[in-house]
Design a protein around this ligand. Structure first.
Ligand code: UD1
Ligand code: MG
Length: 472
């Protein structure tokens, strides 16, 4: 069955009080709009039309970045230049695309937790001459702001009444809420969308009015109630954004634990929806896995680590570490307090220790940068030890330069490697050196002033001080 999705994302999002599109706000590192589009794609919609308007460029950029290069994901945008309501948004989409057949699933763009299975069931309910429309119904603990569904004795929908148009009795008495997820028989939707008016409290064209219109034409409109009301929660405010973030976190953490991941405190681990974590990995509190992050088995993550677009193998320890766009192979040891910046590649058994920053560098197998170092634009072989406080001086104020360190090199503490720098295999660099010339393989590189001792100097100095100031 092929279905089309129309995702409504043109609204102003006034209640968010934001300078950005409402649907650009993130839940666990992923913009709301991407949650909805992903659910539509996974739910079998082979074409997704996103209605953009307010902050259209921002929404287009998000969609381009995520779906632009994926040939199998047909995601396109239609612009609603005037925001006259959800019914108007759907009309604009139908007119722009010419969609007039097949199941059409309409999803509010602020409905991030809808499940793909639900979308699939929805599309099926209107396919092959089934219902004219179906609507997702929930009974949330706080129905404030939701449209209320009036049902007949068979459970079919008579109409939706927006809360602002409800009488006090309707506000109290109608418990089923419209989640903002609909399926329509495309031909009927296209034929009758023009009949939606705007004679209501907000003077807007309400999409849910289509339900009553289709019924008046003899169509059956089904309410599809989901017991897990969280699936139908919308985001209109910052409070709801925070609430849905917690719900998404709990859902993901429950899945991970079922798959064999230990989470010390599931209220304090935030794992993005696209991340994966292997068995027997332990997630300590205050840990965030964001974006395209994938961690293998038997790792210790956190406490207090943030990994964004990181690939980590098995057996890694990532303690109090911030890592972005990095690859860590197996048994890599990071932190506490390591900062691994984009382009860092840590090979098997390597280490980035305490107060260590690494950028755009390869750290070879078993190599160690244990304390207080900055390593940038560097290729490091295997079995290297970098002494405490050593730094690659990769920036001359204008350009960045590379450092190449061979295998089995020992760099003494507090060494400055002024790039471009080269240290050959098996070489040793004396502590406190400033390295400005290549160090050949197996050589000792020393770049520091020679030590001189002046016998008795300290004693004489003390005597002179005592004479001047008197004894202590
Ligand atoms: C809407 C429903 C309400 C339902 C609730 C579920 C209507 C009239 N009301 O209310 O019955 O209970 O969702 O969360 O549909 N949008 C456009 N163009 C517009 C207006 C809105 O694209 O002209 C988009 C918004 O960006 C948003 C979605 O449509 O993603 C819903 O709009 P919103 O203003 O959030 O509607 P609600 O008041 O939440
Ligand atoms: Mg809403």
């Amino acid at each position: 069955m092929s279905a089309t999705a129309i995702v409504l994302a043109a609204g102003e999002g006034t209640r968010m009080k934001s300078n950005h599109a409402k649907v650009s706000h993130q839940i666990l590192g992923k913009p709301m709009i991407s949650w909805v589009v992903d659910a539509a794609l996974a739910g079998g919609c082979d074409r997704v039309v996103v209605v953009v308007g307010s902050h259209a460029d921002e929404v287009r950029t998000i969609l381009d970045a995520r779906y632009g290069s994926r040939a199998e994901a047909h995601v396109e945008c239609v612009e609603q230049t005037e925001r006259l309501g959800t019914g108007h948004a759907v009309r604009v989409a139908l007119e722009a695309t010419g969609i007039d057949a097949g199941p059409v699933v309409v999803l509010n763009g602020d409905l991030p937790l809808v499940r793909p299975e639900t979308i699939e069931r929805f599309a099926a309910s209107v396919a092959d001459g089934g219902a004219a429309a179906s609507i997702l119904a929930i009974t949330p603990p706080d129905p404030f702001g939701y449209g209320r569904l009036e049902l007949d004795e068979t459970g079919a929908v008579i109409r939706n009444i927006e809360q602002k148009d409800c009488t006090p009795e309707q506000d109290k008495g109608l418990l089923e809420c419209n989640a903002g997820c609909y399926a329509f028989a495309g031909a009927l939707l296209a034929a009758h969308i023009g009949e939606v008016g705007c004679d209501n409290a907000q003077h807007e064209y309400y999409l849910p009015d289509m339900l009553e219109i289709l019924r008046s034409h003899g169509g059956r409109v089904a309410a599809m109630h989901v017991d897990d009301y969280t699936e139908g929660l919308g985001v209109n405010s910052r409070g709801q954004l925070a609430q849905l973030t917690c719900i998404a976190r709990d859902r993901i953490n429950a899945r991970l634990m079922a798959e064999g991941v230990s989470i010390i405190d599931p209220t304090q681990a935030w794992v993005g929806p696209d991340c994966t974590v292997g068995r027997d990995t332990v997630i300590w509190p205050q840990t965030f896995l964001i974006g395209d992050t994938h961690v293998g088995e038997d790792c210790q993550l956190g406490p207090q680590s943030r990994l964004t677009n990181v690939r980590a193998g098995d057996g890694c320890t990532i303690d109090e570490t911030v890592a972005i766009d990095c690859v860590l192979e197996n048994a890599v040891d990071c932190g506490p307090r390591a900062y691994l910046r984009p382009g860092t590649h840590m090979l098997n058994g390597s280490k980035a220790g305490t107060h260590v920053e690494i950028k755009k560098s390869t750290i070879g197998e078993g190599s160690k940068v244990p304390h207080l170092s900055y390593i940038g634009d560097t290729t490091m072989g295997s079995g290297v030890n970098i002494g405490a406080g050593s730094i690659t001086c990769n920036y001359d104020g204008v350009g960045k330069h590379k450092t190449v360190i061979g295998n089995d090199v020992f760099v003494g503490s507090d060494t400055m490697m002024v790039a471009p720098a080269e240290i050959g295999d098996g070489a040793l660099v004396a502590a406190g050196s400033v390295i400005t010339k290549p160090v050949p393989a197996d050589a000792l590189g020393v770049g520091r002033a020679r030590q001189t001792n002046i016998e008795g100097w300290a004693h004489k100095h003390r005597e002179a001080l005592e004479k001047k100031y008197g004894s202590k």
